[in-house]
Design a protein around this ligand. Structure first.
Ligand code: AHR
Length: 500
């Protein structure tokens, strides 16, 4: 029998709303014909698509990371500010695409402001360094009276933007990264850049690059070395992880959330080891600033095999299946279950590129299957994450060993007692779950679910939008016992109340 036990007094900590962030990179059609398409029927006065903005709002995105990604590592931000007509295109070496520089820092930050979304900026520590980083920070956050702040004002923006979150480069351990560095080179540069940036604006939060995946040969050693240089300077260490079904190994794919949890716990342990060595009271938190399902090994040709292109080429436009939606839901369970550690999360990316939202140039925008679990969790997960005890059978996977059949995370809003309970059933049979709440009063008022199937990727607007959340299987409250039923291979979001 599977049981889930909850009590309102057993809390992990507040859910940082920034965990429901996403990512806008100058890659393929994420920016051009994604968020931005002047001339589109729904475009606003600034050229940003209204249909995409509406869907982004419905998705519940709280934060957007920009401008990369690999793109940032050869980016000259100064070329993309000021009068648009005077900006020159450049060849972005990361994605081998001619970047027209029509959207730059001001356009992006003002878009975020209009949409009520917090921006997260990345600085180029690939081809550039301290000077470009402090210039960009001053341009964004400086008060009038110094060179870069005055340039922003001359470009039409009086008020500083007050950008809080800053990534010190991107995936600098990756040999594919323009200006790739070893851990010592990067650690020293990140520490020096971070220190200089704090002189410009002490109120910022800084993210050091962690390993670009747990599979990197340098994983662990990279975190240890980098943090030994910049532990005192940074607030967060980044994590990136993409999951995919490989060679029909459905069980391992469904177990991805367990792999994500292991990854988080290993990075946290590496950071804490450095903290212990330094006898530091400070705790580094995690910025999981790229996560998603991405058919990286089975569908992507690889950065270096891309031809040089222009006009927003179609790159990495993964089309998602129902199974992918269940896995995305399960990954959210892992993030919420580590709410004491994960401060930032970015579903990579927002539009067209491995994204929950797809568009056609001059055409419609629509929701992919993966849109639904994210939007549901972003709407329901409020207040504090609870310590959820799940007693479940396990299932064998080739990649991750035995993983629990049922996984769960829960939040409770301390001011209202509103409970959100997210549960994955990874098995191909229906599961019955007893919800225990010793010493507390609980009630489940309803729920909705995403269900996996064997249909495969849902290509195009019609196929994608024929998929959505369905009602959860009925919940019983008999003799004070709450029994939940979970459909096979499903992710369910229940809502109700939990009071002590
Ligand atoms: O999100 C796509 C790419 O994946 C990003 O540019 C890079 O940081 C990661 O490898």
């Amino acid at each position: 029998m599977t049981t889930i036990t909850l009590h309102p007094d057993f809390r992990i900590g507040p859910v940082d709303r920034r965990v429901f962030g996403s990512f806008v990179e100058h890659l393929g059609r994420c920016v051009y014909t994604g968020i931005y398409e002047p001339g589109h029927a729904t475009a606003d006065a600034h050229g940003f698509r209204g249909d995409v903005a509406d869907l982004t709002r419905e998705l519940g995105v709280t934060m957007l990371r920009y401008p990369g990604g690999n793109f940032v590592s050869n980016y000259t931000w100064e070329d993309a500010v000021g009068p648009v007509g005077q900006r020159k295109p450049f060849l972005d070496l990361a994605w081998r695409t001619v970047e027209p520089n029509l959207v730059g820092t001001d356009e992006f930050l003002q878009y975020c402001e209009r949409e009520g979304i917090e921006p997260m900026m990345a600085v180029n520590l690939g081809t550039r360094g301290i000077d470009a980083a402090i210039g960009l920070l001053e341009y964004c956050n400086g008060e009038a009276g110094t060179k870069w702040a005055d340039m922003r004002i001359a470009n039409g923006r009086e008020e500083p933007y007050g950008v809080k979150l800053w990534c010190l480069g991107n995936e600098m351990d990756g040999p594919w990264q323009i200006g790739h560095k070893d851990a010592h080179e990067y650690g020293k540069l990140a520490a020096a850049t971070g220190r200089a940036m704090r002189q410009v604006d002490p109120s910022i939060e800084l993210v050091a690059c962690g390993s670009s995946s747990m599979m990197m040969d340098t994983f662990g050693e990279w975190e240890r070395t980098v943090l030994s240089y910049c532990y005192d300077v940074v607030d967060h260490i980044s994590m990136h992880a993409y999951y995919e079904e490989m060679e029909g190994d459905r069980a391992s794919f469904l177990g991805s959330g367990t792999a994500m949890s292991t990854f988080i716990e290993r990075v946290a342990a590496s950071a804490d080891a450095i903290g212990a060595q330094k006898r530091s009271d400070k705790r580094i938190s995690i910025s999981f600033d790229e996560w998603n399902v991405w058919y990286l090994f089975s569908r992507f040709v690889g950065e270096t095999n891309l031809p040089v292109q222009k006009d927003a080429p179609r790159i990495i436009e993964d089309v998602y299946s129902a199974l992918d939606a269940v896995v995305v839901g399960d990954l959210i369970i892992s993030l919420l279950g580590h709410a004491d550690r994960v401060a930032v999360g970015c579903l990579a990316q927002l539009v067209n590129v491995i994204a929950p939202i797809m568009t056609e140039p001059d055409g419609p925008a629509w929701r992919q299957t993966t849109f639904h679990p994210f939007a549901t969790a972003a709407r329901l997960a409020r207040g504090d994450a609870l310590q959820v005890k799940v007693d479940s059978a396990t299932m064998a996977t080739a990649k991750h060993g035995d993983v629990p059949v049922v996984t769960a995370a829960a939040t409770v809003d301390p001011s209202t007692g509103a409970l959100a309970l997210f549960v994955t059933n990874r098995s191909d049979s229906e599961q019955e779950v007893t919800l225990r709440h010793p010493g507390a009063t609980a009630r489940i008022d309803g729920g909705s679910a995403v269900l996996a199937d064997h249909v495969g990727p849902r290509e195009g607007q019609e196929a994608a939008e024929s998929y959505g959340m369905v009602d959860a299987l009925p919940v019983s409250h008999e003799d004070g016992t709450i029994t939940l039923r979970l459909a096979p291979e499903s992710w369910t979001a229940f809502h109700g109340t939990l009071e002590g």
